[in-house]
Design a protein around this ligand. Structure first.
Ligand code: HEM
Ligand SMILES: *[C@@H]1O[C@H](CO)[C@@H](O)[C@H](O)[C@H]1NC(C)=O
Ligand SMILES: *[C@@H]1O[C@H](CO)[C@@H](O)[C@H](O)[C@H]1NC(C)=O
Ligand SMILES: *[C@@H]1O[C@H](CO)[C@@H](O)[C@H](O)[C@H]1NC(C)=O
Ligand SMILES: CC(=O)N[C@H]1CO[C@H](CO)[C@@H](O)[C@@H]1O
Length: 327
């Protein structure tokens, strides 16, 4: 009968769709992906990360930033962890990465995980978990990290500059960059709150202090008293000195970032730019005037969104044996 034939054709198609999605790149990440294959993964990652961060709390910030840099270039595929080879200059060696550090922590976590569950856990997932643990260890929020990412085999130096937003970016550029990764305007203003921890070299903002438009002027969007303070730390042409991005509380993951931005003390032009859009501005003011009522919760949600960018799943990519090298 025609209907029977139609039904069996439909069933066959359904089966093919299920099979195809099982073996393709279209799978979703999920919390507890390693439930059966590496049940203690979260504890192993947390323990090793803690060992490093308790000794050197300033490592937390670059580890969070590393996950951001991974996700914005080729998706969260561990490409930021790959070393250059004789024939390839990797993301790691690109200009925005010159200040990334903490690779040895990722390597140590990977070794600890490999001992218990060899060949099962991706470096991309390890990075996502370490970033979460780093924030938690600075008294920030906890969020569940969906896992199941696989590691990419490619890392290209020139893609890092193109994929990552510049500290000089204006609000239009920032919104466009985040939108191109599938992230919302809210994700932009929430994730920028990552600048509540860590340090920056003088380089990314010294133009705001000394020669903003090439006339020896300063950036009118930066608080005058703050400029005076920053000038005592960053002399003209100094690209090496480090300054705290949230002075006095750069080891505490809190809502201070929004208080600073609201006082026109965001360090980068990209931070100040959050006052130039009605939606991002409203969020800055809301968090600044409510002791960060929703920031920590929002941050976890936006980190999950960021952690989904361009992930490899199923049979795509590989599970690297060492995070700095493809298998
Ligand atoms: C919105 C666009 C962003 C721009 C333009 C930007 C730019 C920068 C720059 C220029 C630095 C200083 C690097 C140095 O000189 O050492 C920095 C540091 C940092 N960024 Fe961002 N960033 C952005 C978004 C993010 C996001 C989304 C996160 C994480 C969720 C993040 C986390 C950090 C952290 C934690 C540091 C401090 C690193 C350390 O202490 O070594 N940033 N960022
Ligand atoms: C990978 O490169 C980094 C510097 O970018 C270096 O410190 C590290 O030793 C290299 N890793 C290995 C396993 O060679
Ligand atoms: C942002 O920067 C781009 C590129 O420099 C420029 O074309 C655009 O006009 C700027 N937008 C705003 C709102 O300043
Ligand atoms: C400021 O920038 C202008 C234009 O780029 C340049 O000619 C001048 O030498 C700079 N001044 C200083 C003090 O760096
Ligand atoms: C951590 C790291 O690999 N940093 C590299 C960033 O890129 C510069 C070159 O542009 C290298 O010298 C650094 O070693």
């Amino acid at each position: 009968m025609a209907t029977q034939k139609l039904i069996s054709v439909l069933l066959l198609q359904l089966l093919l769709v299920i099979l195809a999605s099982d073996f393709s790149n279209g799978q979703k990440l999920n919390v507890g992906f390693y439930h059966k294959t590496c049940p203690n993964i979260e504890a192993i990652v947390a323990k090793t990360t803690q060992q490093y961060i308790s000794r050197a709390p300033t490592l937390a910030a670059p580890l969070l930033r590393m996950h951001f840099h991974d996700c914005f270039v080729r998706g969260c595929d561990g490409s930021v962890l790959l070393n250059s080879t004789a024939s390839n200059s990797a993301e790691k060696d690109a200009f925005p990465n010159q200040s990334l550090r903490g690779f040895h922590v990722i390597d140590a976590v990977k070794s600890a995980v490999e001992k218990k569950c060899p060949g099962v856990v991706s470096c991309a997932d390890i990075l996502a978990l370490v970033a979460r643990d780093a924030v938690r260890m600075l008294h920030g929020s906890f969020w569940e990290v969906p896992t199941g990412r696989r590691d990419g085999r490619v890392s290209v130096n020139s893609e890092a500059l193109r994929g990552l937003p510049a500290p000089f970016a204006n609000i239009t550029q920032l919104k466009a960059t985040f939108a191109s990764k599938g992230l919302s305007v809210k994700d932009l203003v929430v994730l920028s709150g990552g600048h509540t921890i860590g340090t920056s070299h003088c380089g990314p903002f010294s133009n705001r202090l000394y020669n903003f438009t090439g006339k020896g002027d300063t950036d009118p969007k930066l608080d005058k008293n703050y400029i005076a303070q920053l000038k005592t730390k960053c002399k003209p042409g100094d690209i090496k000195t480090l300054v705290e991005m949230d002075p006095g509380s750069f080891k505490l993951f809190d809502e201070d970032y929004y208080t600073l931005v609201n006082k026109r003390r965001g360090l980068f032009q990209s931070d100040s730019a959050l006052l130039d859009d009605p939606e991002t501005r409203a969020y800055v003011i809301q968090q600044a005037t409510s002791h960060g009522a929703t920031f920590l919760k929002d941050f976890g949600a936006s980190m999950v969104n960021m952690g989904n960018i361009g992930v490899l799943t199923g049979n795509s990519g590989e599970i690297r044996k060492q995070c700095a090298f493809v298998n």
